[in-house]
Design a protein around this ligand. Structure first.
Ligand SMILES: Cc1ncc(COP(=O)(O)O)c(C=O)c1O
Length: 391
């Protein structure tokens, strides 16, 4: 008898996090240049580190208010209002979570019932799909690979018409992981019109909002505030992935329900980390600027090199990923090709299929790594490709 047969149905068969699993595999190989993980290579700014240490010295070691310390909620609220005209009452409309990762789970748990439909434009960060699936929802993927990786109003209207009252959640992530695509205000406005007034929650994952290179960041959450659940955090723009602080914002009655789920799962987030995140939002409004400038330079370098090698890619306008179509002369199965590249070319990337429908035949390159690494990795890749073409 295998006790695992009696565990939660679907869990044992599920693949778990493929991005992290493949990245872990490449750690076992010698001399591989990694473009796998979506985490900044920068260190957390010093003033934020000092705030965390100070919090420990000041004995901020008790359970916090489950929705977060008031200073962090206020600082996040001020930051969002100043930077993005997103207005949320820190007392009633903000919940501090264990990264956006937990915020996604809490939001889906709070909104989806068994059999409800969650619509997810793909390719996308895969967590929304596995969370919604585990919660017993039906996940409907809209493949955006033929529409420049952007959800169109017509595509959205089609699923609204098809699923009617069963459609409960629309997930949106912009700038988008894995494509780096950003939406303009008018594109978001047109999507808002399709769902406005319907009983549909729109999950707006804006964790990369500070990393929008070519246009100001626009938000669906300001356009359909009543229906939006806004997710943001400090992981990416302040290089604080290990601090595990996320921010969920929603109209008060919705936030109150999300807060219940959050409290039941974690009680509250670590208090010193909340102090550090408060420091980031309050005094580090422009901390992301030098990192953003560096990311932009890396994007340009990598985009140019990949294009020269024959990878067709949509030039990313935000985040720190390039989604590249595999050239015809290479193995077309992206899940096989990543092993070939890691083992034979010494370059590790993520498979497009990790990011759901429309990702097949693509590779995701993360450029959250130094220019020297990018240069060396691109040279290795170019040499390998050249050798393949000669054979
Ligand atoms: C779109 C998106 N949302 C959320 C997360 C997770 O963020 P956090 O570190 O705040 O949990 C990631 C991390 O890669 C991401 O790409």
């Amino acid at each position: 008898m295998a006790l695992t047969d009696y565990m939660r149905r679907g869990l044992v068969a599920s693949r778990g996090g493929q991005i992290l699993a493949f990245a872990a595999y490449t750690n076992t190989l010698d001399d591989v240049i990694k473009f796998t993980i979506g985490e900044p290579d920068f260190n957390t700014p010093d003033h934020i580190k000092r705030a965390a240490k100070q919090a420990i010295d000041d004995n901020h070691s008790h359970y916090a208010n489950p929705v977060g310390i008031s200073g962090l909620r206020q600082a996040a609220s001020d930051f969002l209002a100043q930077k993005y005209q997103q207005h949320y009452n820190p007392e009633t409309e903000i919940v501090v979570t264990n990264g956006v990762t937990e915020g996604i789970y809490d939001s889906l748990m709070a909104t989806l019932n068994l059999g409800d439909v969650a619509v997810v434009p793909t390719p996308i960060f895969p967590l929304y799909l596995s969370d919604a699936n585990r919660l017993g929802a039906e996940v409907v993927q809209i493949d955006t690979s033929k529409t420049d990786f952007k959800l169109t109003p017509a595509q959205l209207q089609a699923v609204v018409d098809q699923y009617g009252d069963r459609l409960r959640v629309l997930v949106m992530n912009y700038p988008t992981n894995p494509t780096g695509v950003c939406y303009t205000a008018s594109e978001l406005g047109a999507l808002a019109e399709v769902v406005r007034g319907l009983p549909i929650f729109v999950l707006c994952d804006e964790i990369y909002s500070e990393l929008s290179y070519d246009q100001p960041h626009s938000s669906l959450a300001t356009m359909i505030r009543d229906q939006a659940i806004l997710l943001t955090g400090v992981s990416k723009a302040w290089a604080m992935t290990g601090y595990r602080i996320g921010i969920v914002c929603a109209p008060a009655p919705i936030a109150a329900q999300i807060a219940k789920i959050h409290q039941m799962i974690t009680t509250s987030e670590p208090t010193p980390m909340q102090d550090a995140a408060e420091e980031a939002f309050r005094y580090g409004q422009d901390d992301a600027l030098p990192m953003k400038a560096a990311f932009e330079q890396r994007r340009d370098a990598m985009y140019q090199d990949l294009t020269k090698m024959g990878f067709a890619c949509v030039k990313p306008a935000g985040a720190f990923y390039i989604f590249a179509k595999i050239p015809a002369f290479l193995e077309q199965d992206d899940c096989k090709l990543i092993y070939e590249l890691a083992e034979k070319a010494g370059v590790a990337v993520s498979a497009g299929s990790f990011f759901a429908k429309g990702g097949e035949g693509y590779l995701r390159f993360s450029y959250a790594t130094g220019l020297d690494q990018i240069d060396a990795g691109m040279k290795r890749l170019a040499a390998y490709l050249q050798q393949k073409q000669l054979n």
